[in-house]
Structures are given as structure tokens and as C-alpha cells.
Design a binder for this molecule. Structure first.
Ligand code: BES
Ligand code: ZN
Length: 862
């Protein structure tokens, strides 16, 4: 987070420069005298020279005052500060270094290191936050045993938590108290955590397969305690799932989760003490949507799964980030799939990938899953590392099959336990356990960009020929691409009978072009390809609207049915947006009708399948994004579907009302009803607002309330203001729900959204100081394609102004919101120029953080 400007050359960290640490730190004792204004940190490091060299001890550090340095118990003064770090000459091979520093948690607005959130003191260390707590070898390949002592005011901070197991506590008699924690597992500094605050706990228990009794705790403020059952239940489910599916058991006597309101990310997997953004912990029917409930389960599981994929086996360096994040996302996706509908979960995962990773891969910030260099590592917690990384693991699982994949995972955990490993270590285990050659597959780790596969099918004389050709477009720094290994699941269906013409085949496409032959094909075949989204690629096929409609009704892979429908809709929408051609609308209407009518499909799937692709995904299919034309085309198709299928939407909407319950079935019915409400509104315009308002008022849960509010917020009736006011008054004291109020307005499809958002930024409840609030307005606006890309450039200017202001408080959060501005190449010349002007203004701003500088300057270069 060092201050950077356009003139200073940014320091670049390169993967090829990796060197093992010069000094190891097997043990650390930390002693915190906690106070929000001024915290004193005393550390005692046992250090060991790693190999034969004469280098001094170099420790990382930032934003602290150094009071004392002792070596082997003696104060020394031959140390020096160098670029924020501390350099101490040491003569021997083993020493004890003691440091005393002062930090100011209350003034820490960037929320890295030790900071205060609504009276709670907490830490966030990944990736390089520990160096803001004390000088340390703040890199993931230095593993240490931590002993932590905390002393604090007993009234303000009655609860003192740290990693590992509690070992001692005492009352000091003067209004202060003390606690000690010990973590027996060596860990890198980024997994360090402590929490001090006035917290209550929802306690639970879990007994591991081998009989270890684990005490579970969800720690929150007293008022939030009734909202913690779902998180606790999700944790227990996740613990059982990891034993069942991966054979992984928990390894400490306690596992704590703490919720804090100010948090840069979703949650953090600190050993034995996960710290969560409160939005991924707190839920009850009145305040959390089904989506929120699902997200809580997924994030709780994700952080828990890191205990093995991340903590027991960590990363050698930050270039290996996907080793823990890609694998853990793959694991949490498997968990979610097993908790509810696997098909719907896969659809949602692919939708996320296409909404955030494909654009990244096609834009100025494209990078490989294992990057080669970075300026600021915080900028590399990306959809590519996470979501594409998870797809890489999924492809290996597909290539190996379930049993060998599990064997590869076992081998990896066994061989790497207690070490800091690399992506290569993981692939090598899969290769060994699977008995396969993954040499070409490794390109997925080094080559950025989304491969495109052309597929065309021909048929004669009882034989079908599938011609496949692959190419990956150039990305910054990688002008020429090698062919990838693509596992493509393929199946043919008979156009007349609707029957499968052969079993599904797994094609491993490794050459630039290949032809696959199917024999015994007696009727015209229809191609189903990339079933289950077996490879994260774009398929370009010449399938007709009729064939896509056929697949959407007859394919036996639910994902492929969804996909066929999406492609059908996309083709129709692009044809309208580009050439005003609406001739494919009929085919879409018919296919949607068939899907709604199919009694074999569960409501959750039907709800997903009948949703139109997002405006930005439509834009991704066009050579030049025309946000207004896309909006018009999409609204027109929405209205056509709403009108032509009015009875079906009404029937789906009018089903029997049921009291709220959070089961996959009830969730699916709610989803379909709210999708139906959206189509009714599209058809009836203002006339549906009364329906929505009635739902808004009668709802006994947040899913239905938000479903209705979303429709109203897009509309123009008086009921809109009424609903927004009611919602605001009811939830003004609930920050997480108020975020929804900001967000629904920022995502509105109304013509005046840009103006409304600018006004909301001056609302008394708006603050850039809280990342959730900043994201709910600024982040949401940045992805509202039409509003953000208003022709005059006012959306760009607004975002740039907000980011410059946010950067002074919280560079990581500011940098995360920049990529909307970086998409200039995708737009017409006028918009591109306006975007570039804002990027240039950001790059030239004085006192810019390294985080925002890297994102903005790379976006400008492209
Ligand atoms: N290790 C990360 C938290 C993190 C993110 C630290 C960015 C430093 C920078 C954690 O495991 C994580 O990945 N959290 C995700 C949610 C998860 C379900 C994908 C997050 O915070 O968004
Ligand atoms: Zn993670």
C-alpha cells in the first residue's frame, strides 16, 4: 500500500525471482497491550539462518513505530530501517530477536493489520497485513508456531480470542484482564488472528470421525446472537462433508468464527479463528434472502475447508494463490451442490464465471491462473485465481474420474502436509495418482485468455463428423497462444426421435483442430457439447435456433438444457441489438413455454432457465458494446415473454402461499414466483406494481420482500417511493439490510439511475468507510451497464471521483471497484475516450495507492 505516483517506477514482484527465505522463524511469542488508540506489540522471534550465507535478518514492516530491538536479550542499535523494513545484522546461526512497536488500530481505515470495527478490535493479515502489526518475515513460506498473550480493558474487551487453543486467562485486578492462546500448528503470518471485544457466542459441538470433540463458537454482538444458527449449522455440515468427501478432519479443540461489520472481503480462514464479514454470518428470515443463506453456507464451508487446503498445506509464494483458492472454491462448490440442487449450483457457478472471469480474461487485467508478476498482491484475488482456478481443478477431476481424483487429493495432502507448496506440486500429485500425462494441461496455469472452440457437425451415410477447432485470443503480454487441453463432454441426440444416439463421450481436444467420428448415426444428429460446462471455454457452433430449442427441451444434461436456452436467447438478443432483427423471438417464447410446462423440471431449475442473459453478457457477444441497444432489445424480449406467456406467469405466481421455510424446495418455489413476478411486471408495466406492492407488504421473509422491491425499484409508480420509504424506515438500523436498499436503487433499470445514485452518495447513511456500504452503491452502479455507461460520461466521472476518495481510506476496496472503467476497448470511440480520460485522471492523482495505481495504469495501457 505504499504511496505511488505515475512518475515513480512501481516495484514489480516476479515469480521467477522466488528465493527460499534467508532466515526461518520456527517460534514466535506475541504480547499485545491492546488499546484502540495505541496498542503496544512485543514480539519474541526465534530465528535460524536458512543455509550458508552472511545476510542480515530482513523483516517486513509498515505503519508502525519501533520502540526497541533486542538480540539475545541485549538492546542493540546497529539495525536500520530500509524501505519500511527492518534490517538487523546477526552474527550467528540462531538468535532470539525481541521487538517492541506501537500501532494505532483506531486510525487504521484500510482494514489491514489490527483495526477497530464498531468497538471490536480485530485483524486481517492476508496477504501482507501482518507487517502492519509488527516487523516480521511476512511471506507465506515462513512457518512459525505462535504463542499469543493479550492484555486489555475487561469491560470494553471481555472476550479475547486468538488462533489455536486457549491456554490461560487471568484478571489483573485493575480493570484489565489477560488471555493466552497457543497454536501448535506452524503457520505463515497471514493466518495470524486476534479478536478483542464485547461479544456473545453461539456454541456448538462437533465430534470428528476419530473422536476428537471440537467446541464451535460463532461470536457476534449480543443483539445479533439470534441470527447465528444458520452459520453454526453450516459449519457442522461442512465439517461432516469434508470428512465424508475428502477424508479431512479438523485438528484443534476449538473452532471460532467472529463476525465484524467492517471487512474488506467476505471472510478469512485464520487458523482456528475465522474472521467474517458479518454479511456472511448473520441471517434470519426477516433480514436475509435465500441467496444470503446460500452464500453464508458457501463462505462458512469455504473458510473451513481452507483448514486443509490453505492452512495445513499453504502456498510457497503468492503466485501460487490459486493452489489454495481455486481448490477451495472447487471444494465449496461441491459442498453447495450436495446441499441443494447440483444443476442449479452449476448454472450459478458458470454464470458467475461468465459475469466476472470471462470479461477479466478478455480485458486489460487478464492474467494466468498462476501469474508471472504483480505490483500489489491484493489486486490478484481475482475471478481468474478463484473461479477459473476452480475450473482447472474441476477439469482435472473430469479427466481423472472421481476415484483417482480423490486419490490425487489424498496424495497431495499427505505429501504436502505442513509445507508451503506450489500449483505444480498439486498437478504432479494428480498426474501420479491418476496415471495420466498432464503436460499440456499445465498450460492452463500459464496462459491467460478464454479459449474459443468452433464446433460444427456434419452427417451422411450413418456417420456424424464433429469438427472441432480451438484458438485462444491474445492477452496483454501474451500475443501468441499454444493449444490447450480441453476436456469436452459431447453427446448427440436424434432430431426426429429426441433420443440419445450414443453415450456421452469425453473428448480431450489437444490439437488446434480435430475431427471426431460417430458411427451408427441413423437420423439427423443434434450436437450437445461442453455438457456440464466441462471446460471453461466459449463454444462457437452453427446450431440453428430450432436445434437449440430442441436441446433446451430434450437434452438429458440439465446444464446443457439451460445452456441451449441461453444460447437461443443470446442469439435472439444480439440479432435485435445489432440489426433490429426480432425474428427469433418466437423460438424463444416457445422454448420458455416448454420449460415452464415440463413437470419433470423442478421450480428452481425452471426459474434459472427462463431468465434472460444479463445486459453485460449480451454485450460480451458484440464487437462493440451498445448499452442502450442491448437494454432495448432485452426489455423488448422480456415484454414479449411476459405478454405471450402471461397465463403461465400468472399460474406460476398464483400458486398456494406457504409460510416461510428454508428448504431447497421452498427456495425453488420462491425463486420461480419472483421470476414470474418480474415477467408479469414486464408485460403489464405499472399495472403489476400493485401486485408487487402487495407482495412487498405481505411478505414474511426478505426473499419475497426484495423480489417485490426489485420490481418496484425498476418501475415508475408512486408505490416505488412508498416501498423504498417503508423499507428504509423499517431497516435503517440494520446495516446489512440498508446495503440492500442502496444496492437495489443502484441496479435499477430506470432512466434516472445515474442521478439517483449521485444523490444517494450524499445520503446521511452512505459512507465510503464501510466496504459493504461502498460496494452496495458504488460497486453495484459500476456493473449497471446502461446507467454506468451513460453517453455523457457522467457515470465514469462519478465512479472515478468516488474511487479517488475511497483510495485515501481503503486502497484495496477502491482497487477492486476499478475494472468497470477498464472495459473501454469494448465500447464506441466516444465512450472509450471518456473512460480513458477518467483512468488517466486517476493515474495522475497525487498520493495514489499502489493498489489503485496498478489497476488504473494497466487498464489504461490494455
Ligand atoms: N483467503 C480469502 C480471504 C482474502 C481475500 C484474503 C482477499 C485476502 C485478500 C478467503 O478464503 C476467501 O477466499 N474469501 C472469499 C469468499 C470465498 C467464499 C470465495 C472472499 O472473501 O470474497
Ligand atoms: Zn479462500
Amino acid at each position: 500500500m505504499d504511496i505511488q505516483n505515475a512518475l515513480a517506477a512501481p516495484a514489480i514482484t516476479r515469480r521467477e525471482d522466488y528465493r527460499p527465505p534467508e532466515w526461518l522463524v520456527p517460534e514466535v511469542a506475541l504480547d499485545f497491550d491492546l488499546d484502540a488508540a495505541r496498542t503496544v506489540v512485543r514480539s519474541r522471534l526465534s530465528v535460524e539462518r536458512n543455509g550458508a550465507h552472511g545476510e542480515p535478518l530482513r523483516l517486513d514492516g509498515a505503519g508502525q513505530e519501533l520502540l526497541a530491538v533486542l538480540v539475545d536479550g541485549v538492546a542493540v542499535n546497529d539495525w536500520r530501517l530500509d524501505g519500511g523494513g527492518l534490517v538487523i545484522p546477526l552474527g550467528g546461526d540462531e538468535h532470539v530477536v525481541e521487538l517492541e512497536v506501537v500501532i494505532e488500530p483506531e486510525r487504521n481505515t484500510q482494514l489491514m493489520g489490527l483495526y477497530a470495527s464498531n468497538g471490536i478490535l480485530c485483524t486481517q493479515c492476508e496477504a501482507e497485513g501482518f507487517r502492519r502489526i509488527t516487523y516480521f518475515s511476512d511471506r507465506p513460506d515462513v512457518l512459525s508456531m505462535y504463542h499469543v498473550r493479550m492484555t486489555a480493558d475487561a469491560a470494553r474487551y471481555p472476550v479475547l480470542l486468538a488462533n489455536g487453543d486457549p491456554v490461560a486467562s487471568s484478571d489483573l485486578g485493575d480493570g484489565r484482564h489477560r488471555a493466552e492462546w497457543n497454536d501448535p500448528f506452524p503457520k505463515p503470518s497471514y493466518l495470524f488472528a486476534l479478536v478483542a471485544g464485547d461479544l456473545q457466542v453461539n456454541k456448538g459441538a462437533f465430534t470428528t470421525r476419530s473422536g476428537r470433540d471440537v467446541e464451535l463458537g460463532i461470536w457476534v454482538r449480543a443483539a445479533d446472537l439470534p441470527k447465528t444458527d444458520h452459520a453454526l449449522y453450516s459449519l457442522q455440515e461442512a465439517m461432516a462433508w469434508d470428512e465424508r468427501v475428502y477424508g479431512r478432519e479438523y485438528d484443534l479443540d476449538v473452532f471460532n468464527i467472529v463476525a465484524v461489520d467492517d471487512f474488506n472481503f467476505g471472510a478469512m480462514e485464520n487458523k482456528g479463528l475465522n474472521i467474517f464479514n458479518s454479511r456472511y454470518v448473520l441471517a434470519d428470515a426477516d433480514t436475509a434472502t435465500d441467496y444470503d443463506y446460500d452464500a453464508i453456507a458457501a463462505v462458512v464451508a469455504h473458510e473451513y475447508f481452507h483448514n486443509w487446503s490453505g492452512n495445513r498445506v499453504t502456498c510457497r509464494d503468492w503466485f501460487q494463490l490459486s493452489l489454495k483458492e481455486g481448490f477451495t472454491v472447487y471444494r465449496d462448490q461441491g459442498f453447495s451442490a450436495d446441499q441443494g440442487s447440483a444443476a442449479v449450483n452449476r448454472i450459478e457457478a458458470v454464470r458467475t464465471l461468465r459475469a466476472s472471469q470471462f470479461p477479466e480474461d478478455a480485458g486489460p487485467l487478464a492474467h494466468p491462473v498462476r501469474p508471472d508478476s504483480y505490483q500489489e498482491i491484493s489486486n490478484f484475488y481475482t475471478a481468474t485465481i478463484y473461479n477459473k482456478g476452480a475450473e482447472l481443478i474441476r477439469m482435472m477431476a473430469t479427466i481423472l474420474g472421481p476415484a483417482k481424483f480423490r486419490a490425487g487429493s489424498d496424495l497431495y495432502f499427505e505429501r504436502s502436509d505442513g509445507t508451503a507448496a506450489t500449483c505444480e506440486d498439486f498437478v504432479a500429485c494428480m498426474e501420479e495418482a491418476g496415471g495420466v500425462d498432464l503436460a499440456q494441461f499445465r498450460r492452463w496455469y500459464t496462459q491467460a485468455g478464454t479459449p474459443r472452440v468452433q464446433a460444427s457437425l456434419s452427417h451422411d451415410d450413418g456417420r456424424a463428423r464433429l469438427r472441432l477447432a480451438q484458438a485462444t485470443p491474445p492477452t496483454p503480454g501474451q500475443p501468441v497462444k499454444e493449444p490447450m487441453l480441453l476436456p469436452l463432454k459431447v453427446k448427440l441426440f436424434g432430431a426426429e426421435t429426441g433420443r440419445a444416439l450414443a453415450d456421452e463421450r469425453l473428448v480431450l481436444l489437444g490439437d488446434p483442430a480435430e475431427t471426431i467420428v460417430f458411427d451408427g448415426v441413423t437420423e439427423r444428429p443434434v450436437l450437445s457439447i461442453n455438457r456440464g460446462f466441462s471446460a471453461p471455454v466459449v463454444i462457437e457452433s452453427d446450431r440453428s435456433a430450432a436445434d437449440l430449442a430442441f436441446l433446451s427441451a430434450h437434452d438429458d444434461d440439465p446444464f446443457a438444457r439451460y445452456e441451449a436456452m441461453q444460447q437461443l436467447m443470446l442469439d435472439a438478443l444480439v440479432a435485435d441489438a445489432v440489426e433490429g432483427d426480432r425474428s427469433n423471438a418466437d423460438a424463444v417464447v416457445a422454448a420458455v413455454a416448454d420449460t415452464l410446462d415440463d413437470p419433470a423440471l423442478d421450480p428452481a431449475f425452471r426459474a434459472e432457465a427462463v431468465l434472460l442473459p444479463s445486459e453485460s453478457f449480451i454485450g460480451d457477444q458484440m464487437s462493440v458494446v451498445d448499452p442502450d441497444a442491448i437494454f432495448r432489445a432485452r426489455e423488448a424480449l422480456r415484454r414479449t415473454l411476459g405478454e405471450r406467456l402471461a397465463e403461465r406467469w400468472a399460474a406460476a405466481y398464483d400458486g398456494p402461499r406457504e409460510p416461510y421455510s428454508y428448504t431447497p424446495e421452498a427456495k425453488g418455489r420462491r425463486r420461480l414466483r419472483n421470476v414470474a413476478l418480474g415477467y408479469l411486471a414486464a408485460a403489464r408495466g405499472g399495472a403489476a406494481d400493485k401486485l408487487a406492492f402487495t407482495q412487498f407488504e405481505a411478505a414474511d421473509n426478505m426473499t419475497d420482500r426484495m423480489g417485490a422491491l426489485t420490481v418496484l425499484a425498476n418501475g415508475t409508480s408512486d408505490l416505488r417511493e412508498a416501498a423504498l420509504d417503508i423499507f428504509y424506515s423499517r431497516y435503517r438500523d440494520n446495516a446489512l439490510v440498508l446495503d440492500k436498499w442502496f444496492q437495489v436503487q443502484a441496479l435499477s433499470s430506470r432512466d434516472d439511475t445515474g442521478v439517483a445514485v449521485a444523490a444517494l452518495a450524499r445520503h446521511p447513511d452512505f459512507t465510503l468507510g464501510n466496504p459493504n456500504r461502498a460496494r452496495s452503491l458504488i460497486g453495484a452502479f459500476g456493473v449497471n451497464q446502461r446507467a454506468f455507461n451513460a453517453r455523457g460520461g457522467e457515470g465514469y466521472r462519478f465512479l472515478a471521483n468516488q474511487l479517488l476518495e475511497l483510495d485515501r481510506l481503503n486502497p484495496q476496496t477502491a482497487a477492486k471497484l476499478l475494472p468497470s472503467l477498464g472495459r473501454w476497448r469494448r465500447f464506441d470511440g466516444a465512450r472509450a475516450a471518456l473512460m480513458r480520460a477518467e483512468l488517466a485522471r486517476i493515474v495522475g492523482a497525487a498520493g495514489l495507492s499502489r493498489d489503485l495505481f496498478e489497476q488504473a495504469s494497466k487498464s489504461l495501457e490494455g
